[in-house]
Write a protein that binds this ligand. Structure first.
Ligand code: PBG
Length: 385
Protein backbone atom coordinates (compact mmCIF):
# COMPACT_ATOMS: atom_id res chain seq x y z
CA UNK A 1 0.00 0.00 0.00
CA UNK A 2 1.37 3.42 -0.77
CA UNK A 3 1.07 4.41 2.82
CA UNK A 4 2.04 8.02 2.24
CA UNK A 5 -1.61 8.62 2.95
CA UNK A 6 -1.46 6.92 6.34
CA UNK A 7 0.86 9.30 8.11
CA UNK A 8 -1.12 10.87 10.94
CA UNK A 9 -1.30 14.66 11.18
CA UNK A 10 1.14 15.47 13.89
CA UNK A 11 1.26 18.18 16.45
CA UNK A 12 4.89 17.60 17.33
CA UNK A 13 6.81 20.86 17.63
CA UNK A 14 9.90 21.10 15.43
CA UNK A 15 12.89 19.83 17.36
CA UNK A 16 14.97 22.71 18.64
CA UNK A 17 18.14 20.93 19.74
CA UNK A 18 20.56 19.57 17.18
CA UNK A 19 19.75 16.13 15.87
CA UNK A 20 21.39 13.92 13.28
CA UNK A 21 19.33 12.30 10.54
CA UNK A 22 20.61 9.44 8.43
CA UNK A 23 19.71 9.45 4.74
CA UNK A 24 19.97 6.17 2.83
CA UNK A 25 20.63 5.94 -0.89
CA UNK A 26 21.93 3.57 -3.53
CA UNK A 27 25.55 3.61 -4.55
CA UNK A 28 25.30 4.76 -8.15
CA UNK A 29 26.51 8.22 -9.07
CA UNK A 30 22.95 9.28 -9.86
CA UNK A 31 21.65 8.02 -6.50
CA UNK A 32 24.38 9.94 -4.68
CA UNK A 33 23.64 13.15 -6.57
CA UNK A 34 19.96 12.75 -5.71
CA UNK A 35 20.71 12.18 -2.04
CA UNK A 36 22.99 15.24 -2.05
CA UNK A 37 20.18 17.30 -3.57
CA UNK A 38 17.78 16.21 -0.81
CA UNK A 39 20.38 16.69 1.94
CA UNK A 40 21.07 20.19 0.61
CA UNK A 41 17.42 21.23 0.82
CA UNK A 42 17.09 19.66 4.27
CA UNK A 43 20.18 21.54 5.49
CA UNK A 44 18.77 24.80 4.13
CA UNK A 45 15.39 24.12 5.74
CA UNK A 46 16.85 22.92 9.07
CA UNK A 47 20.23 24.61 9.59
CA UNK A 48 20.30 23.47 13.22
CA UNK A 49 20.40 19.76 12.31
CA UNK A 50 22.95 17.39 10.80
CA UNK A 51 22.29 15.13 7.80
CA UNK A 52 24.47 12.16 6.94
CA UNK A 53 24.31 10.22 3.68
CA UNK A 54 24.75 6.44 3.73
CA UNK A 55 25.13 4.84 0.29
CA UNK A 56 24.74 1.11 -0.31
CA UNK A 57 24.45 -1.29 -3.24
CA UNK A 58 21.05 -2.93 -3.83
CA UNK A 59 19.99 -6.12 -5.61
CA UNK A 60 19.30 -4.05 -8.72
CA UNK A 61 22.82 -2.62 -8.72
CA UNK A 62 24.38 -6.03 -8.10
CA UNK A 63 22.76 -7.63 -11.13
CA UNK A 64 23.40 -5.73 -14.33
CA UNK A 65 22.86 -8.61 -16.73
CA UNK A 66 19.32 -9.93 -16.22
CA UNK A 67 16.79 -7.93 -18.24
CA UNK A 68 14.89 -5.68 -15.86
CA UNK A 69 11.45 -7.07 -16.60
CA UNK A 70 12.63 -10.58 -15.68
CA UNK A 71 12.93 -9.61 -12.04
CA UNK A 72 9.60 -10.51 -10.51
CA UNK A 73 10.49 -8.70 -7.36
CA UNK A 74 9.31 -5.16 -7.85
CA UNK A 75 11.28 -4.08 -4.79
CA UNK A 76 14.57 -4.65 -6.62
CA UNK A 77 15.95 -1.19 -5.97
CA UNK A 78 14.31 -0.51 -2.64
CA UNK A 79 14.28 -3.59 -0.41
CA UNK A 80 17.82 -3.70 0.98
CA UNK A 81 17.64 -0.10 2.11
CA UNK A 82 14.17 -0.59 3.57
CA UNK A 83 15.46 -3.21 6.00
CA UNK A 84 17.88 -0.60 7.41
CA UNK A 85 15.07 1.93 7.65
CA UNK A 86 12.91 -0.56 9.53
CA UNK A 87 15.78 -1.32 11.93
CA UNK A 88 16.19 2.37 12.68
CA UNK A 89 19.66 2.55 11.14
CA UNK A 90 18.35 5.05 8.58
CA UNK A 91 15.75 7.81 9.03
CA UNK A 92 14.81 8.24 5.41
CA UNK A 93 15.65 6.80 2.00
CA UNK A 94 15.91 8.81 -1.20
CA UNK A 95 14.42 6.92 -4.14
CA UNK A 96 13.53 7.69 -7.71
CA UNK A 97 9.76 7.67 -7.41
CA UNK A 98 9.76 5.68 -10.65
CA UNK A 99 11.60 2.80 -9.00
CA UNK A 100 9.25 2.55 -6.02
CA UNK A 101 6.69 -0.25 -5.97
CA UNK A 102 3.09 1.00 -5.69
CA UNK A 103 2.65 -1.21 -2.62
CA UNK A 104 5.11 -0.44 0.17
CA UNK A 105 5.69 -2.55 3.29
CA UNK A 106 2.91 -1.64 5.75
CA UNK A 107 5.30 -0.15 8.32
CA UNK A 108 6.88 2.23 5.76
CA UNK A 109 5.48 5.23 3.90
CA UNK A 110 6.38 7.93 1.42
CA UNK A 111 6.99 10.92 3.69
CA UNK A 112 7.38 13.46 0.89
CA UNK A 113 7.89 13.87 -2.83
CA UNK A 114 10.24 16.69 -3.86
CA UNK A 115 10.05 18.95 -6.89
CA UNK A 116 10.16 17.03 -10.11
CA UNK A 117 12.99 17.30 -12.62
CA UNK A 118 11.99 17.13 -16.30
CA UNK A 119 10.03 13.84 -16.50
CA UNK A 120 10.53 13.21 -20.21
CA UNK A 121 12.66 10.66 -22.01
CA UNK A 122 15.50 11.79 -24.23
CA UNK A 123 16.96 10.49 -27.45
CA UNK A 124 20.76 10.48 -27.30
CA UNK A 125 22.42 9.87 -30.67
CA UNK A 126 25.90 8.28 -30.92
CA UNK A 127 28.69 10.83 -30.80
CA UNK A 128 29.86 10.32 -34.39
CA UNK A 129 26.31 10.40 -35.84
CA UNK A 130 24.74 13.28 -33.96
CA UNK A 131 25.67 15.96 -36.48
CA UNK A 132 23.59 14.16 -39.10
CA UNK A 133 20.68 12.68 -37.13
CA UNK A 134 18.73 14.89 -34.74
CA UNK A 135 15.44 13.01 -34.33
CA UNK A 136 14.06 9.47 -34.15
CA UNK A 137 12.28 10.11 -37.44
CA UNK A 138 15.52 11.05 -39.21
CA UNK A 139 17.47 7.94 -38.12
CA UNK A 140 18.14 5.61 -41.08
CA UNK A 141 15.99 2.52 -41.64
CA UNK A 142 17.21 -0.38 -39.49
CA UNK A 143 19.23 1.82 -37.11
CA UNK A 144 19.38 0.22 -33.65
CA UNK A 145 18.03 2.21 -30.70
CA UNK A 146 18.98 0.95 -27.22
CA UNK A 147 16.41 1.12 -24.45
CA UNK A 148 16.14 -0.40 -20.99
CA UNK A 149 12.38 -0.65 -20.71
CA UNK A 150 9.48 -2.42 -22.36
CA UNK A 151 7.51 0.82 -22.17
CA UNK A 152 10.08 2.65 -24.28
CA UNK A 153 10.58 -0.17 -26.77
CA UNK A 154 6.85 -0.73 -27.29
CA UNK A 155 6.10 2.94 -27.88
CA UNK A 156 9.08 3.31 -30.21
CA UNK A 157 8.00 0.27 -32.23
CA UNK A 158 4.57 1.81 -32.62
CA UNK A 159 5.67 5.30 -33.64
CA UNK A 160 8.93 4.46 -35.48
CA UNK A 161 8.53 1.12 -37.28
CA UNK A 162 11.56 1.87 -39.48
CA UNK A 163 13.92 1.40 -36.51
CA UNK A 164 15.26 -1.66 -34.66
CA UNK A 165 15.53 -1.97 -30.90
CA UNK A 166 17.93 -3.65 -28.48
CA UNK A 167 18.25 -3.84 -24.72
CA UNK A 168 20.85 -1.59 -23.08
CA UNK A 169 21.46 -2.03 -19.36
CA UNK A 170 23.53 -0.37 -16.72
CA UNK A 171 23.62 2.99 -15.02
CA UNK A 172 23.54 6.21 -17.03
CA UNK A 173 27.32 6.37 -17.55
CA UNK A 174 27.50 2.73 -18.62
CA UNK A 175 24.70 3.18 -21.14
CA UNK A 176 26.35 6.25 -22.68
CA UNK A 177 29.67 4.40 -22.90
CA UNK A 178 27.99 1.47 -24.67
CA UNK A 179 26.35 3.90 -27.09
CA UNK A 180 29.55 5.75 -27.92
CA UNK A 181 31.66 2.61 -28.35
CA UNK A 182 32.16 2.64 -32.13
CA UNK A 183 31.93 -1.16 -32.19
CA UNK A 184 28.50 -1.19 -30.55
CA UNK A 185 25.34 -1.86 -32.51
CA UNK A 186 23.55 1.22 -31.16
CA UNK A 187 22.96 4.36 -33.21
CA UNK A 188 21.11 5.96 -30.31
CA UNK A 189 19.63 5.25 -26.89
CA UNK A 190 16.53 6.50 -25.11
CA UNK A 191 17.11 7.44 -21.49
CA UNK A 192 15.45 9.63 -18.84
CA UNK A 193 16.18 13.36 -19.17
CA UNK A 194 16.23 13.65 -15.36
CA UNK A 195 19.17 11.30 -14.95
CA UNK A 196 21.21 13.13 -17.60
CA UNK A 197 20.40 16.54 -16.11
CA UNK A 198 21.24 15.51 -12.57
CA UNK A 199 24.59 14.14 -13.74
CA UNK A 200 25.37 17.33 -15.67
CA UNK A 201 25.12 15.55 -19.03
CA UNK A 202 22.16 17.33 -20.56
CA UNK A 203 24.43 18.39 -23.44
CA UNK A 204 24.07 14.79 -24.65
CA UNK A 205 20.33 15.20 -25.23
CA UNK A 206 19.61 15.12 -28.97
CA UNK A 207 15.80 15.21 -28.82
CA UNK A 208 13.29 15.62 -25.98
CA UNK A 209 10.53 13.04 -26.43
CA UNK A 210 6.87 13.38 -25.46
CA UNK A 211 3.48 12.19 -26.60
CA UNK A 212 3.37 14.89 -29.25
CA UNK A 213 7.07 14.69 -30.14
CA UNK A 214 8.24 11.18 -30.90
CA UNK A 215 5.20 9.43 -29.43
CA UNK A 216 6.72 8.66 -26.04
CA UNK A 217 4.89 8.91 -22.72
CA UNK A 218 7.10 8.60 -19.64
CA UNK A 219 7.10 6.16 -16.74
CA UNK A 220 4.91 6.72 -13.70
CA UNK A 221 6.84 8.97 -11.32
CA UNK A 222 9.76 9.57 -13.70
CA UNK A 223 11.96 12.51 -12.72
CA UNK A 224 10.61 12.82 -9.17
CA UNK A 225 12.30 11.81 -5.91
CA UNK A 226 10.39 10.12 -3.09
CA UNK A 227 11.53 10.16 0.51
CA UNK A 228 10.59 6.93 2.24
CA UNK A 229 10.20 6.90 6.03
CA UNK A 230 8.90 4.71 8.85
CA UNK A 231 5.13 4.86 9.03
CA UNK A 232 4.04 7.32 11.71
CA UNK A 233 7.54 8.71 12.38
CA UNK A 234 6.25 12.15 13.37
CA UNK A 235 9.75 13.55 13.85
CA UNK A 236 10.73 12.81 10.25
CA UNK A 237 7.31 13.78 8.86
CA UNK A 238 7.85 17.20 10.44
CA UNK A 239 11.35 17.33 9.00
CA UNK A 240 10.13 16.58 5.49
CA UNK A 241 7.19 18.99 5.62
CA UNK A 242 9.62 21.72 4.53
CA UNK A 243 10.98 19.95 1.46
CA UNK A 244 7.93 18.33 -0.15
CA UNK A 245 6.55 19.81 -3.37
CA UNK A 246 2.79 19.87 -3.47
CA UNK A 247 2.22 19.85 -7.24
CA UNK A 248 4.70 17.07 -7.88
CA UNK A 249 3.09 15.14 -5.04
CA UNK A 250 -0.35 15.37 -6.59
CA UNK A 251 1.07 14.34 -9.98
CA UNK A 252 2.98 11.45 -8.40
CA UNK A 253 -0.09 10.23 -6.51
CA UNK A 254 -2.29 10.43 -9.60
CA UNK A 255 0.26 8.60 -11.77
CA UNK A 256 0.83 5.91 -9.14
CA UNK A 257 -2.89 5.46 -8.79
CA UNK A 258 -3.11 4.62 -12.52
CA UNK A 259 -0.38 2.02 -12.08
CA UNK A 260 -1.88 0.58 -8.87
CA UNK A 261 -5.35 0.32 -10.38
CA UNK A 262 -3.93 -1.48 -13.43
CA UNK A 263 -1.74 -3.60 -11.14
CA UNK A 264 1.27 -2.78 -13.24
CA UNK A 265 4.85 -2.55 -12.06
CA UNK A 266 7.90 -1.18 -13.79
CA UNK A 267 7.75 -4.39 -15.82
CA UNK A 268 4.62 -3.51 -17.81
CA UNK A 269 4.36 -0.99 -20.63
CA UNK A 270 2.35 1.82 -19.10
CA UNK A 271 3.16 5.40 -20.06
CA UNK A 272 1.77 8.63 -18.64
CA UNK A 273 2.13 12.35 -19.11
CA UNK A 274 0.72 14.85 -16.60
CA UNK A 275 0.75 18.61 -16.73
CA UNK A 276 -0.88 21.52 -14.95
CA UNK A 277 -2.97 23.95 -16.94
CA UNK A 278 -4.84 27.04 -15.91
CA UNK A 279 -8.53 26.38 -15.40
CA UNK A 280 -9.29 29.27 -17.73
CA UNK A 281 -7.53 27.78 -20.72
CA UNK A 282 -9.83 26.13 -23.23
CA UNK A 283 -10.37 22.41 -23.52
CA UNK A 284 -8.81 20.67 -26.45
CA UNK A 285 -11.36 18.67 -28.39
CA UNK A 286 -10.30 15.15 -27.46
CA UNK A 287 -9.89 15.74 -23.75
CA UNK A 288 -12.39 13.89 -21.56
CA UNK A 289 -13.50 15.62 -18.38
CA UNK A 290 -13.86 12.42 -16.43
CA UNK A 291 -17.53 13.17 -15.88
CA UNK A 292 -19.75 10.18 -16.39
CA UNK A 293 -17.09 7.54 -15.92
CA UNK A 294 -18.98 6.46 -12.82
CA UNK A 295 -16.34 4.43 -11.04
CA UNK A 296 -16.03 3.89 -7.31
CA UNK A 297 -13.15 5.39 -5.35
CA UNK A 298 -10.02 3.24 -5.42
CA UNK A 299 -10.28 0.47 -2.82
CA UNK A 300 -6.78 1.09 -1.55
CA UNK A 301 -7.22 4.74 -0.81
CA UNK A 302 -5.81 6.03 2.46
CA UNK A 303 -5.74 9.50 3.84
CA UNK A 304 -2.63 11.35 2.91
CA UNK A 305 -1.10 13.88 5.21
CA UNK A 306 2.55 13.04 4.84
CA UNK A 307 3.42 15.93 2.58
CA UNK A 308 3.27 19.64 3.16
CA UNK A 309 -0.30 20.64 2.47
CA UNK A 310 0.19 24.14 3.79
CA UNK A 311 1.51 26.87 1.55
CA UNK A 312 5.28 26.61 1.57
CA UNK A 313 5.91 30.31 1.70
CA UNK A 314 4.33 30.76 -1.70
CA UNK A 315 7.20 29.09 -3.48
CA UNK A 316 6.86 27.66 -6.95
CA UNK A 317 4.26 24.91 -7.03
CA UNK A 318 3.37 25.22 -3.40
CA UNK A 319 1.27 28.36 -3.31
CA UNK A 320 -2.46 28.42 -2.62
CA UNK A 321 -3.36 29.64 -6.09
CA UNK A 322 -1.90 26.50 -7.61
CA UNK A 323 -4.75 24.56 -6.04
CA UNK A 324 -7.24 25.92 -8.55
CA UNK A 325 -5.35 24.52 -11.51
CA UNK A 326 -6.30 21.52 -13.54
CA UNK A 327 -4.27 18.46 -14.29
CA UNK A 328 -4.15 16.92 -17.75
CA UNK A 329 -3.20 13.28 -17.80
CA UNK A 330 -2.47 11.22 -20.88
CA UNK A 331 -2.05 7.50 -20.47
CA UNK A 332 -1.11 4.55 -22.64
CA UNK A 333 -1.03 0.81 -22.11
CA UNK A 334 0.68 -0.82 -25.06
CA UNK A 335 1.40 -4.34 -26.28
CA UNK A 336 5.07 -5.31 -26.40
CA UNK A 337 5.15 -5.26 -30.21
CA UNK A 338 3.52 -1.83 -30.26
CA UNK A 339 0.63 -3.06 -32.39
CA UNK A 340 -2.14 -2.76 -29.82
CA UNK A 341 -2.62 0.24 -27.51
CA UNK A 342 -5.18 1.75 -25.17
CA UNK A 343 -4.84 5.52 -24.95
CA UNK A 344 -6.74 8.20 -23.05
CA UNK A 345 -6.46 11.87 -22.20
CA UNK A 346 -8.30 13.41 -19.25
CA UNK A 347 -8.45 16.79 -17.62
CA UNK A 348 -9.73 17.55 -14.12
CA UNK A 349 -9.32 19.92 -11.19
CA UNK A 350 -7.09 18.08 -8.73
CA UNK A 351 -6.77 19.87 -5.39
CA UNK A 352 -6.36 17.21 -2.72
CA UNK A 353 -4.43 13.95 -2.52
CA UNK A 354 -7.84 12.24 -2.60
CA UNK A 355 -8.60 13.99 -5.90
CA UNK A 356 -5.26 12.82 -7.27
CA UNK A 357 -5.92 9.20 -6.31
CA UNK A 358 -9.41 9.32 -7.73
CA UNK A 359 -8.20 10.92 -10.96
CA UNK A 360 -5.59 8.22 -11.47
CA UNK A 361 -8.06 5.46 -10.81
CA UNK A 362 -10.57 6.99 -13.25
CA UNK A 363 -7.88 7.28 -15.93
CA UNK A 364 -7.03 3.61 -15.32
CA UNK A 365 -10.70 2.63 -15.62
CA UNK A 366 -10.91 4.51 -18.91
CA UNK A 367 -7.77 2.72 -20.13
CA UNK A 368 -9.41 -0.59 -19.21
CA UNK A 369 -12.46 0.39 -21.25
CA UNK A 370 -10.09 1.05 -24.15
CA UNK A 371 -8.63 -2.48 -23.89
CA UNK A 372 -5.79 -2.17 -21.35
CA UNK A 373 -6.93 -5.34 -19.57
CA UNK A 374 -6.72 -7.36 -22.76
CA UNK A 375 -3.21 -6.05 -23.47
CA UNK A 376 -1.90 -6.71 -19.95
CA UNK A 377 -3.41 -10.21 -19.86
CA UNK A 378 -1.76 -11.06 -23.17
CA UNK A 379 1.61 -9.89 -21.85
CA UNK A 380 1.19 -12.11 -18.76
CA UNK A 381 0.28 -15.10 -20.95
CA UNK A 382 3.28 -14.54 -23.27
CA UNK A 383 5.55 -14.45 -20.26
CA UNK A 384 4.06 -17.63 -18.88
CA UNK A 385 3.37 -16.04 -15.51
N1 PBG B 1 15.08 2.58 -14.31
C1 PBG B 1 16.28 3.23 -13.91
C2 PBG B 1 16.09 4.67 -13.59
N2 PBG B 1 15.42 5.03 -12.48
C3 PBG B 1 15.41 6.41 -12.41
C4 PBG B 1 16.13 6.89 -13.49
C5 PBG B 1 16.43 8.32 -13.71
C6 PBG B 1 15.25 9.20 -13.98
C7 PBG B 1 14.25 9.37 -12.90
O1 PBG B 1 14.54 9.91 -11.81
O2 PBG B 1 13.11 9.00 -13.12
C8 PBG B 1 16.56 5.79 -14.25
C9 PBG B 1 17.34 5.85 -15.50
C10 PBG B 1 16.51 5.79 -16.76
O3 PBG B 1 15.37 5.33 -16.73
O4 PBG B 1 17.00 6.17 -17.82
Amino acid sequence: MSAIEDVKPNAVAPPTTQQTFRIGTRRSMLARVQADEVAKSLREAWPEHKFEIHAMATAGDNNQTTALHKFNDKALWTQDLEVLLQKGELDLIVHCLKDMPTQLPSDLAIGAITKREDPRDALVVKGNMVEKFKTLQSLPRGAVVGTSSLRRTAQLKRAHPHLKFADVRGNVGTRLAKLDNLESEYSAIVIAVAGLKRLGMSDRITQYLSGSNGGMLYAVGQGALALEIRQGDARVVELLSRVGHDRTTRQGLAERSVMRTLEGGCSVPIGVETEWVSRKSSLTSNVGTGVGIGVKPAEDYHHFTGVAEKANGGTDGNSESDLSDEMIMRGIVISLDGQDAAQVEFRRTVVTPEDANQFGSDVAQALIQQGADRILKQIAIDRGS
